[in-house]
Design a protein around this ligand. Structure first.
Ligand code: NAD
Ligand code: MG
Length: 417
């Protein structure tokens, strides 16, 4: 039985991970949960999974969590009372919990960095959903993996597809997993993108994009931040950087192709020109399950893919003018060092400002670009953890200052349209 810790258990990735645990009670048990602020759901999860430890990001809510658990009727108490911890230190305690075999990282944003590092330093294998951590801190995370021997299994659907395709190649030595060293025989990666909420919009119409428009994804049901990232294609740009760190390919050999049906989850081209793809319905449970069962595969009753039902698989090139975030991500990835951390933090802050309706959707790439430009002369090539944390903070403040100064390109009235 594999012992699982779920970081960000109340989110989209977290709840789907717990559904898998419930579906396979003989295979998996939950030992640690961490959450942000959603206490009602967290209490339900504690009742159902009886974890050994629970961490709350917001320490001030610990008392309330304790009271909610204490006030449960006797017949609804969890089988064991978990140790309750809070704040950044508490997240690290849960992430490095002794009995865990695998840590699923479902925290959103760079907030996942320190718990992820704590899990790696404790020698845990990871199912990486929290891509922002690797993007911001690839140069810090990869050496730590090497030191501890932890394996970083990709839960992001595209990277899972690549990882699954690589299982069949003679060169793919799993001991080299996520070392940032080029995978021998791997010539090219093609990441598929649904095209997000604005896939069928003309570039000119993006001026009318509202928060409601940007947060309705055609194919995937996910948290709000990643749904906006999908609409801007920043998600795919971030995934290019993620793929670079996971599989060691240079940026000239990682491509993006729009595939509206989201059936092919990504493709790899090998040295002999063979192209391998992994297919399935757009459902995150499969890539999460594969991290949990790897290197085995479990029998599932899940809906099986029927290509005649899908009918057509189509592909086209993304329009760089419509999706400037994609280019910004390539540029930051190529610059390397601390630049991806700045890109990521500027994006997190800009998306947060957009979700609060303080800026327009089209301001997002502008704010990121000016912030990355300003960082150019301060870029650190081989950053340490403190450098990453410092530029992360700097970039967030830089974006907020631009927003507060009202240097936005577009009038907010555009949002009311
Ligand atoms: P979400 O918003 O649904 O959930 C985020 C979780 O993190 C919640 O449990 C929340 O309480 C917790 N959290 C938020 N802020 C926190 C903080 N400051 N400190 C500690 N915990 C905090 O997000 P999601 O869609 O599940 O995405 C999680 C991660 O997985 C993201 O990095 C995303 O890019 C990645 N991912 C998600 C999907 C998907 O289908 N949802 C697919 C691929 C990758
Ligand atoms: Mg993805």
């Amino acid at each position: 039985m594999k012992a699982i810790s779920v970081l960000g258990s109340t989110g989209s990735i977290g709840t789907q991970t717990l559904e898998i645990v419930q579906e396979f009670p003989d295979q998996f048990r939950v030992v640690a949960l961490t959450a942000g602020r959603n206490l009602p759901l967290l209490v339900e999860q504690i009742q159902r999974h009886s974890p050994e430890v629970v961490a709350l990001a917001d320490e001030s809510l610990l008392k309330e969590l304790e009271e909610r658990l204490a006030s449960l009727p006797a017949d609804q108490q969890p089988q064991r009372q978990p140790e309750l911890v809070g704040g950044p230190g508490g997240l690290n305690v849960a992430a490095s919990w002794d009995t865990a075999d695998l840590v699923v990282t479902g925290i959103v944003g760079c907030a996942g960095l320190l718990p992820t590092l704590a899990a790696i330093q404790a020698g845990k294998d990871l199912a990486l959903a929290n891509k922002e951590t690797l993007i911001a801190a690839g140069p810090v995370v990869l050496p730590e993996l090497k030191k501890s021997g932890s394996r970083l299994l990709p839960a992001d659907s595209e990277h899972s597809a690549i990882f699954q395709c690589l299982q069949g190649t003679p060169w793919a030595d799993n001991a080299r997993l996520s070392t940032g060293v080029p995978t021998p025989g791997l010539r090219r990666i093609q990441l598929t993108a649904s095209g997000g909420a604005f896939r069928d919009w003309a570039a000119a119409d993006l001026e009318k994009a509202s928060v409601a428009d940007a947060t309705s994804h055609p194919n995937w049901s996910m948290g709000r931040k990643i749904t906006v990232d999908s609409a801007s294609l920043m998600n795919k740009g971030l995934e290019v950087i993620e793929a670079h760190y996971l599989f060691g390919l240079d940026y000239d050999h990682i491509e993006i192709v729009i595939h509206p049906q989201s059936i092919i989850h990504s493709m790899i081209e090998l040295a002999d020109s063979s192209v391998l793809a992994q297919l399935g319905w757009p459902d995150m449970k499969l890539p999460i399950l594969y991290c949990m069962s790897w290197p085995s595969r479990l029998v599932t009753p899940w809906r099986r893919l029927n290509l005649t039902e899908v009918g057509q698989l189509t592909f086209n090139e993304p329009d760089p003018a419509k999706y400037p975030c994609m280019q910004l991500a390539y540029a930051a990835g190529r610059a390397g060092g601390t630049m991806p951390a700045v890109l990521n933090a500027a994006n997190e802050e800009a998306v947060a400002q957009f979700l609060e309706e303080r800026i327009h959707f089209l301001d997002i790439p502008d704010l990121i670009e000016t912030t990355c430009d300003r960082h150019q002369s301060d870029r650190i090539d081989q950053p340490q953890l403190d450098d990453v944390l410092a530029v992360d903070q700097w970039a967030r403040i830089a974006v907020r200052e631009q927003v507060d100064r009202g240097t936005r390109r577009l009038p907010l009235t555009a949002m009311a349209a």
